[in-house]
Write a protein that binds this ligand. Structure first.
Ligand code: A3P
Length: 261
């Protein structure tokens, strides 16, 4: 922690993005980059056509040889003094399903596939890669309540459901408001960062990026990109188990992580 503190300091204009894995980090990186650079990029110069979003906005852990201490992963802005932090949350059932697919992709060939039953059991008993999930979300949720001018809390489902409003909110938080509602610039940002576009770009079909000692193909970050895919994988018992844990963990916090379906 001390070493981390002494090596990492936010500059005044840095924007810190935080999210639990598989909650839409790739999207958030693409969106923020596109918003911040929308004036100085013509189509052919859009760096997202040449690099995967994780290369454009590298993950902090890529620079470290070990896992970040819990204190930092829970509230890095508080630890490092960042003035602008955007957190993206996602409903737990889609997060579990996305994580389960991701896990099986990463370990393909090396171990037998993890069953969805095991993945849900493990999540419901509080064990998850990069966990604990709820403590992570709630840490940032509380931070956003304490410092609303400095911490913006977004939800994947709201970005999908009302993309223009959410992108306007994000841009205004980043100090890059859209002056007009009719010139098509919000739509352009959304399109440039969209799942459909990014997934089809050559750069994201090939190549790999290093994450926490793993060599991950660019394709792995683009699976389905929808809300409610959990319905295709979870039984009603599994969904109930996750809902129960979610209800208990979020009780009295004022936060909901619904999928709106
Ligand atoms: P699914 O597995 O449900 O499809 P992360 O970026 O944190 O690893 O999260 C990955 C999830 O975000 C995956 O969800 C992925 O498909 C989805 N995703 C990636 N890029 C996206 C985009 N531009 N828009 C919406 N969802 C996206």
């Amino acid at each position: 922690m001390a070493a981390f503190r002494s090596q990492f300091e936010c500059r005044n204009d840095d924007v810190f993005l935080a999210s639990f894995p598989k909650t839409g980090t790739t999207w958030l990186k693409a969106l923020c980059h596109t918003i911040l650079h929308r004036h100085d990029q013509e189509e052919e110069e859009d760096i997202l056509t040449k690099k995967n979003p994780h290369q454009v906005v590298p993950t902090l852990w890529s620079f470290l040889s070990c896992y970040l201490p819990e204190e930092v992963t829970r509230s890095p802005a508080a630890a490092a003094g960042c003035r602008k932090l955007v957190y993206l949350a996602r409903n737990p059932k889609d997060t579990v399903v996305s994580m389960w697919h991701f896990y099986n992709q990463v370990h393909k060939g090396s171990a037998g596939p993890l069953s969805v039953e095991r993945a849900v059991e493990s999540f419901c008993s509080g064990v998850m890669p990069w966990g604990p999930f709820y403590e992570h979300v709630l840490g940032y949720w509380e931070e956003s309540k304490k410092r609303p001018d400095e911490v913006l809390f977004l939800k994947y489902e709201e970005l999908c459901g009302e993309p223009k409003e959410q992108v306007r909110k994000l841009a205004s938080f980043l100090g890059r408001s859209f002056p007009s509602t009719t010139d098509g610039s919000v739509e352009k940002v959304l399109w440039r960062s969209s799942f459909g576009r990014l997934k089809e770009l050559e750069v994201n079909k090939y190549g790999a990026v290093g994450e926490q000692g793993l060599h991950l193909s660019h394709t792995i970050y683009f699976r389905k990109g929808t809300v409610g895919d959990w319905k295709n994988y979870l039984t009603s018992d599994m969904a109930r188990c996750i809902d129960q844990v979610t209800q208990n963990k979020l009780l009295g916090t004022g936060l909901s992580l619904d999928d709106f379906l």
